[in-house]
Design a protein around this ligand. Sequence first.
Ligand SMILES: Nc1nc2c(ncn2[C@@H]2O[C@H](COP(=O)(O)OP(=O)(O)OP(=O)(O)O)[C@@H](O)[C@H]2O)c(=O)[nH]1
Ligand SMILES: [Mg+2]
Length: 299
Amino acid sequence: MTAFRCGTVAIAGRPNVGKSSLLNRLVGQKIAIVSPKAQTTRRTVTGIFTTPTCQFVFVDLPGYQTRHVNVLNRALNRQATEGARDCDVAVFVVEALRYGTEDGEVLARIPEEQRVVLAVNKIDLVKNRLELLPFIERLQKERAFAAIVPVSARGGRNLPELLKVVENLLPAGPAAYPADQLTDKDERFFAVEILREKLFQLLGEELPYRCDVAIESFKEEGHGRRGVLRRIEATIWVERDSQKAIVIGAKGAQLKRISSAARTDMERLFDGKVFLGVWVKVKKDWTGDARLLKQLGYG
Ligand SMILES: Nc1nc2c(ncn2[C@@H]2O[C@H](COP(=O)(O)OP(=O)(O)OP(=O)(O)O)[C@@H](O)[C@H]2O)c(=O)[nH]1
Ligand SMILES: [Mg+2]
């Protein structure tokens, strides 16, 4: 009988290659937020997946930030670099047929001695599969990857194969978490992330990068037959009054859209009723304010 394996698996790569989508697919539940915009993930999310032979502790890292140079993005880049270094295995995600300097910079930050599996994602977008071969050959010159697996986080292609090669690289050892545990993050964390996802999905191109979310209070009420009611109060921080006006929208319509979309997702994830109150507040230059960033959970 082969020994049980358990270890941490960082999911690294430049923004927008599909790291969070891949995490969600691998653990079988949507826990990491996803948007078509680059640099969506700011907080490292852990997703735990346990099989009869292995426990994978996936860590979805922020994509390396190049867009704005500020205290926030420096903190995110530090997280991304440390995450890829401190895990047992790194899965380096690229987009099929697209490999540029930004990808190369992320790969260069993963230490030479780290075991790296290359996941070539979004193969559902490749019309002619033959084109993948020269692409993969070219990438093989970049690093001695432990394995290369073409996948589709969207369609689920080859994900069992990806899990298999990662499993074989993980150390033998007992499970670190109970088999049914999905994440080590708490509900407050997900409340923040779900609200942030809605900002990314519903606001324009630039504004989501100027916002962040803090939970002011999170209470559970009525542990009765009708389930738990969660009463959540949150603040959306923006940098300027003009941004606040956009987030709120005419007659509060935009804020209503954001909070009701967030509430629906929270109710699905928490499996119970949610009462959500959201306020928008201005804090000039919050992305450069180390103290507020600490409060917002960026170590
Ligand atoms: N067609 C296709 N689209 C995908 C696939 N995986 C992810 N996407 C899309 O790619 C976009 C980015 O996905 P994310 O999962 O947010 O990417 P990410 O790497 O986590 O991005 P950051 O958090 O910004 O670093 C989203 O619009 C996804 O729906 C895939 O396999 N196929
Ligand atoms: Mg992400």
